[in-house]
Design a protein. Structure first.
Length: 169
């Protein structure tokens, strides 16, 4: 996991821990660090780290963020390829990668709140892999996805535009 991925993940967890029901924004992080730790970090610096423009942070920033998030400062570095902090099965490694991928996807689809929220819900689920296996089984069953959508979310079952067509029968 890269440093940027870890920081985005920590903002997600912190937002959840603070009862926000969403990730902490970069600006909320900056303000909370200033208020709670009495030291400043700029939003642009956080953005550069998360975006990969800054692959490393200064020791003082690493210490500050580690204290704020209550993690070991050694966590706030890029992991070497294939590195794991504990003995884990290949399945758990897959689960973690899926969660990070979903969190990143949620950020990328922020302009579509329903898709963004669905990706976050899958990432937060205890067994993300099973969520995708279930989705695959639903999509393999002709007409089931449409019937479930009509029953669970009728407003989303209708095409949004008159000319919009369905992808699969």
């Amino acid at each position: 996991m890269t440093l940027g991925e870890k920081l985005r993940y920590l903002r997600e967890v912190e937002g959840s821990l603070r009862g926000m029901g969403r990730p902490m924004t970069q600006l909320e992080l900056v303000r909370a660090v200033g208020k709670e730790r009495g030291k400043t970090i700029s939003q642009s610096y956080v953005s550069q780290i998360e975006g990969g423009a800054r692959p490393h942070m200064t020791q003082s920033t690493r210490t500050l963020l580690a204290q704020f998030f209550k993690v070991h400062p050694g966590f706030l570095v890029n992991d070497p390829e294939g590195y794991h902090t504990e003995l884990v099965s290949d399945l758990r490694t897959t689960e973690g990668k899926l969660d990070v991928w979903l969190l990143q996807g949620s950020e990328r689809f922020a302009g579509d709140p329903e898709v963004s929220e669905a990706l976050l819900k899958a990432a937060r689920h205890q067994d993300t892999r099973r969520c995708f296996l279930l989705l695959g089984a639903i999509l393999d069953t002709p007409g089931l996805a449409e019937r479930l959508l009509e029953a669970l979310k009728p407003e989303a079952a209708k095409p949004q535009h008159a000319g919009e067509r369905r992808r699969r029968p």
